[in-house]
Design a protein around this ligand. Structure first.
Ligand code: SAH
Length: 288
């Protein structure tokens, strides 16, 4: 950690909560870009004696920890199974009972496909006081960094967040893809890369159109962010032919078309918007 980190990153004046010894705060670190951490998150990182963090937490965020903070990695490594959930939860209990100021730092939002609820429940069951600090979930912030609005008035009145893995981590079989398919115009799929072929087939079988737009946003909000635009029919083959790797968010729905006018990162690099009216409204939006 460098001094410049510490000195340049003062919290704004105000009453910031104190992380007391024996407490565990569960905090979302956001999808990647360190700037998407919340101020409560920064306040927590500044105080923690111990930070137990996941694979998706960027090292630049951990650089803001105290010099003497203990950093404990609790994510997947080299394709090996992740640390057992029970072990992580009990480790948090042990650390808190040892009187540490404990921060559990997770990618995105801790309560969105992050098992934060399970960890928090275990802590409460053991009498450990907790605080929850939400984060920007990849399925919202990651899509925004790709220029895809997760809701858009002309496209969707609802959005469904789906996990591509079931509890066993193997297949999405336990999900009712027919109901999901009918239920909303836009689907945001987490952990969907491994089973993309089965997922897209299930959606096609449920009657979603083969030409429906799909965006795959890998490593969203990081310098390595890469976006693939495809369709439901072509997604599996296009992903296989691409170099995209997890973590990736997959968005299914016409909101993906808005990227043609909202790819703000491309525009910042000098690219022209591909289509000023991708949904074919035929008039400036504000004249509606
Ligand atoms: N709690 C996290 C999600 C954890 S599940 C959140 O709220 O974002 C892990 C999945 O999240 C990944 O498989 C991927 O689908 C998605 N994800 C997390 N970070 C991502 C990123 N930077 N870019 C793309 N997808 C990401």
């Amino acid at each position: 950690m460098t001094d410049s980190h510490t000195s340049s990153l003062a919290l704004p004046d105000g009453q910031w909560p104190t992380l007391e010894p024996g407490w565990v705060w569960l905090c979302g670190a956001g999808p990647g870009d360190p700037g998407l951490l919340t101020l409560h998150g920064l306040n927590a990182i500044r105080q923690a004696d111990v930070i137990v963090y996941d694979a998706l937490v960027q090292s630049a965020i951990l650089d803001w920890a105290r010099d003497d903070a203990e950093l404990i990695y609790a994510g997947k490594r080299g394709g090996k199974p992740s640390a057992k959930q029970k072990d992580i939860s009990l480790r948090l209990v042990d650390l808190a009972e040892a009187g540490k100021r404990v921060l559990r730092l997770k990618g995105g939002d801790p309560f969105v496909f992050g098992r934060g609820g399970e960890e928090a429940q275990t802590l409460v069951q053991h009498g450990i006081p907790i605080r929850i600090i939400p984060g920007i979930s990849a399925g919202i912030g990651g899509l925004a960094y790709a220029g895809v609005p997760v809701t858009h008035r002309d496209v969707n009145q609802s959005v469904t967040f789906v996990t591509g893995h079931d509890q066993s981590g193997n297949t999405p079989n336990t999900l009712d893809w027919d109901a999901i398919s009918r239920g909303s115009q836009v689907l945001v799929i987490y952990m969907g890369m491994k089973h993309i072929g089965r997922i897209t087939q299930a959606l096609l079988d449920a009657g979603r159109p083969p030409e429906e737009p799909v965006a795959v946003v890998a490593e969203a909000t990081t310098p390595a962010q890469a976006v693939l635009e495809t369709t439901l029919a072509n997604a599996e083959a296009d992903i296989a032919a691409s170099s995209l790797e997890p973590p990736a968010i997959i968005c299914v729905g016409r909101s993906v078309l808005m990227r043609q006018v909202l790819d703000w990162q491309g525009m910042a690099k000098g690219e022209a918007p591909r289509n000023l009216d991708p949904l074919g409204r035929g008039r400036p939006a504000e004249q509606r």
